[in-house]
Design a protein around this ligand. Structure first.
Ligand SMILES: Cc1cc2nc3c(=O)[nH]c(=O)nc-3n(C[C@H](O)[C@H](O)[C@H](O)COP(=O)(O)O)c2cc1C
Length: 391
């Protein structure tokens, strides 16, 4: 055998090997293989700067380059969300698709619904970079984006296109924030209600992000009452026939007394929103955190928030006599979602889980949740809502 033919043979073997791996990788990426994403794709993504990886993920979702999930949602996961039938109760939490660019791609991933935002009235850049940190050892993220937003008008254009050009009949909400420099916080939310009412199924009054100075003070009794009165009245006076539902998103750092005050405000007719989102990221730093980035300022999300959020869901469920709750915080498995549902959440959302496991986490959570529900004899997820509180 000549040395040239040996070289050629080695080259062929190399091409076959690399090509084989390439095909193997592509098949696994497009089949949304859970293990492959967790062990190969996401660690590769994590070689990128976190904010760049977020931008890349949005680009991929926006251009619908994420493979469509082939998982067919089982009947046990069907649920009613403010009169809309969802094929499953697992939604995407606010903060991923801040500008409403990627809703259709995110539906393809298998989310039952998507929440866009937070959106501020005027465009603003948010905080200086770096402002997003992975806490790998803790399966957590710290962010201090500070409401980077392209502003109401441009997000409205995008949503108008989705509803009126693509005729998308899919449930999504818009999470409303306020501008950092705003002199009139209440007006920022009122404007948001008016602007997004024609497009969104629900609107979120977000007074719980930790990265806008003074924002969380809007959760205190007097301020909250004034804010909720204004947004409820604005929504009720809209001329459109189908009006959006209003949800209030709360921080996990509220004391029990503060939660009680909020529940009292929510019982007033003039402040009656339709549901709660429990909860946003936390400013607390549990002792258990291992990662180098644990001391970065901002909101901590992911696994360390899981139990905190579940506990708060059951507290708010009791304090509000069973108000509709969207449960969010640290969901990585079907069991995490199930615990929140049994604590009183009607539907759930996740974000940080996707940072670590990629889009296949959506199918994994749904599949495991369906198995758990059926094992406990439920025929529908709604039957399990608040079950832990009734025992
Ligand atoms: C990078 C990042 C940005 C976020 N931005 C927002 C936001 O703009 N508005 C908001 O209400 N919540 C925002 N959140 C909070 C999430 O919606 C969610 O409440 C929180 O992360 C807990 O869920 P998780 O543990 O599944 O991520 C953000 C979270 C992350 C990780």
């Amino acid at each position: 055998m000549s040395s040239l033919s040996l070289k050629q043979k080695l080259k062929s073997i190399a091409i076959l090997t690399v090509g084989g791996y390439g095909v193997f990788a592509l098949v696994n990426v497009f089949k949304c293989n859970e293990k492959f994403y967790k062990q190969v794709v996401m660690p590769l993504m994590h070689r990128l700067d976190p904010e760049k990886a977020h931008e890349l993920a949005i680009f991929i979702a926006k251009h619908r380059l994420i493979p469509k999930s082939s998982y067919k949602d089982p009947a046990v996961l069907k649920c009613n969300f403010f009169g809309k039938q969802l094929s499953n109760p697992v939604g995407l939490a606010a903060g991923f698709d801040k500008h409403g660019e990627a809703i259709i791609g995110l539906r393809d991933v298998g989310f039952g619904f998507v929440e866009v935002g937070s959106v501020t009235p005027n465009p603003q850049l948010g905080n200086d970079k770096p402002r997003l940190f992975r806490l790998k050892e803790d399966k957590a993220v710290v962010n201090r984006y500070g409401f980077n937003s392209i502003g109401h008008d441009r997000v409205v254009e995008s949503l108008d296109d989705i509803r009126n050009v693509h005729h998308l009949n899919y449930t999504f909400g818009v999470n409303l924030g306020k501008n950092k420099s705003s002199a009139d916080s209440i007006n920022d939310y009122v404007e948001g209600v008016k602007k997004f009412a024609p497009f969104a199924d629900y609107l979120v009054i977000n007074v719980s992000s930790p990265n806008t100075p003074g924002l969380r003070a809007l959760q205190t009794k007097v301020a909250l009452e004034a804010l909720l009165k204004a947004v409820v009245e604005t929504r009720n006076n809209l001329s459109q026939v189908t009006k959006p539902y209003l949800l209030l998103k709360l921080a996990p750092d509220l004391s029990y007394e503060e939660c009680k005050d909020i529940a009292e405000v929510l019982k007033k007719k003039s402040c009656k929103v339709d549901g709660l989102i429990v909860c946003n990221s936390t400013v607390e730093r549990p002792e258990s955190l291992q990662s180098d980035h644990k001391s970065e300022s901002g909101g901590l999300s992911g696994l360390p928030l899981n139990d905190v959020s579940t506990k708060m869901i059951s507290e708010m469920h009791k304090l509000t006599d069973g108000m509709m709750i969207v449960g969010v915080g640290g969901i990585f498995s079907g069991k995490d979602a199930y615990n929140k549902i049994k604590a009183g959440a009607s539907v759930v959302q996740l974000y940080t889980g996707m940072v670590y496991e990629g889009p296949p986490i959506v199918t994994k959570v749904k599949r495991e949740l369906a198995e758990l529900l059926m094992a406990d004899g439920y025929t529908n997820v709604t039957e399990a809502v608040g079950k832990d509180l009734q025992q």
